[in-house]
Design a protein around this ligand. Structure first.
Ligand code: NAD
Ligand code: TYD
Length: 351
């Protein structure tokens, strides 16, 4: 179906899981060209073994999606016929401190890809744009985001993603570029950079370091195991209708504080801290994030009813698998911890 699939941001958390899923588990039979410029969040370790195991089906190119000339060369040289676009600056806290790169990568980078795809419109079968539920803003105690919910992004990250969604839509409406868009809730799982809530809490809790919960800890996220996001994206790519957007969610709403306590309990059951203290005592309430969205919750009935997708992983099983992965893959985390991550944490938390 797709012979030469360009995956952008394939060395990041979800992109790497997606490439592994396509090559190792799915019915995808073409070749993947992974374009990633390896920012702090892009990690070649996330795809260890892929080159060797799939020499004919996988190619990595270090390139910036903001470099239009380079993107054009890649489209021509590799005869790109489909795109799955993950590349983005993705961390809300960073977008608050320094929005500039979010505007460049998320808006200008997406525009470049769309525009190069437009110039190859005769050969492009699909451009799938991966986005977030954060474009919809914040919910109160009731209700869910549907595909009809109006956009009300509250952070520079969310507004840059909203902008990229609008560009993707416009390229379908104006130029008839075959577009699909997905808006997904918070992901967790293997290979997630430990600036995001779940891996940060797991790694700090393993080490007996403090667990910084923003504000009152009663903010709610709808958590989805990353492999379920990958199956949803691939299903949309195969069966989705051009011009349509699809919400993807986990049906797993949890308050942050409850989630952190759950991680503490699983780790305590696994191995107690040297001083036998329960890990929940490591929880430290810290200053809230400015513009912090109170609640996200996704109604994914369109994806379920029209394409037949549902998540497979329960939150309980997914979080246990994830914790096991971080416990077992200490080489991966040690390398990250010795790098830029520490500088960021120091700057951000002053510790
Ligand atoms: P990530 O930050 O882990 O990875 C992003 C990847 O993009 C990295 O490999 C990075 O090197 C690459 N990249 C960044 N700027 C680039 C550029 N200019 N050129 C080329 N590559 C570049 O992000 P993630 O969590 O894997 O998210 C992937 C996508 O999914 C994003 O578009 C994000 O908005 C969306 N999304 C994420 C979540 C989530 O919970 N993580 C939920 C919904 C949607
Ligand atoms: P995060 O993983 O940054 O995802 P997002 O902001 O995109 O939802 O954060 C998830 C939730 O956890 C969010 O409500 C902010 C909160 N949070 C903390 O309480 N402490 C932390 O150290 C981090 C990183 C997040």
């Amino acid at each position: 179906m797709y012979k030469n699939l360009l995956v952008t941001g394939g060395s990041g958390f979800i992109g790497a899981n997606f490439i592994r899923y396509l090559l190792e588990e799915s019915d995808f039979s073409g070749r993947i060209i992974n374009v990633d410029n390896l920012t702090y969040a892009g990690n070649p370790d996330n795809l260890t073994g892929t080159d060797e195991n799939f020499p004919e089906k996988y190619k990595f190119i270090k390139a910036d999606i903001c470099d239009k000339e380079e993107v054009t060369k890649i489209f021509t040289e590799y005869q790109i016929d489909s795109v799955c676009h993950f590349a983005a600056e993705s961390h809300v806290d960073r977008s608050i401190v320094k929005p500039d790169t979010f505007i460049q990568t998320n808006i200008v980078g997406t525009f470049n890809l769309l525009d190069v795809a437009r110039s190859h419109i005769d050969s492009i079968k699909l451009f799938h744009h991966v986005s977030t539920d954060e474009v919809f803003g914040s919910l109160g105690a009731e209700g869910f985001f549907t595909e009809e919910t109006s956009y009300k992004p509250n952070s520079p990250y969310a507004s840059s993603k909203a902008s990229s969604d609008h560009l993707a839509r416009a390229y379908y409406k104006t130029y008839n570029l075959p577009i699909t868009i997905s808006n997904c809730s918070n992901n967790y799982g293997p290979y997630q950079f430990p600036e995001k809530m779940i891996p940060l809490m797991i790694l700090n809790a393993i080490e007996g370091e403090s667990l910084p919960v923003y504000g009152d800890g009663l903010h709610v996220r709808d958590w989805l195991y990353v492999r379920d996001h990958c199956t949803a994206v691939w299903m949309i790519m195969k069966k989705g209708i051009h011009g349509e957007t699809y919400n993807v969610g986990g049906n797993n709403e949890l308050e942050n504080l409850k989630l952190v306590k759950m991680i503490c309990e699983i780790l305590d059951d696994n191995k107690k801290l040297p001083d036998n203290r329960p890990r929940r005592e490591l929880i430290k309430f810290v200053k809230d994030r400015p513009g912090h969205d109170r609640r996200y919750a996704i109604d994914f009935s369109k994806l379920k009813n029209t394409l037949g997708w549902s998540p497979e992983e329960s939150f309980e099983s997914g979080i246990k698998k994830t914790i096991q992965w971080y416990l077992q893959n200490t080489n991966w985390t040690d390398r990250i911890k010795s790098g830029e991550y520490l500088t960021w944490v120091k700057e951000h938390y002053g510790t």
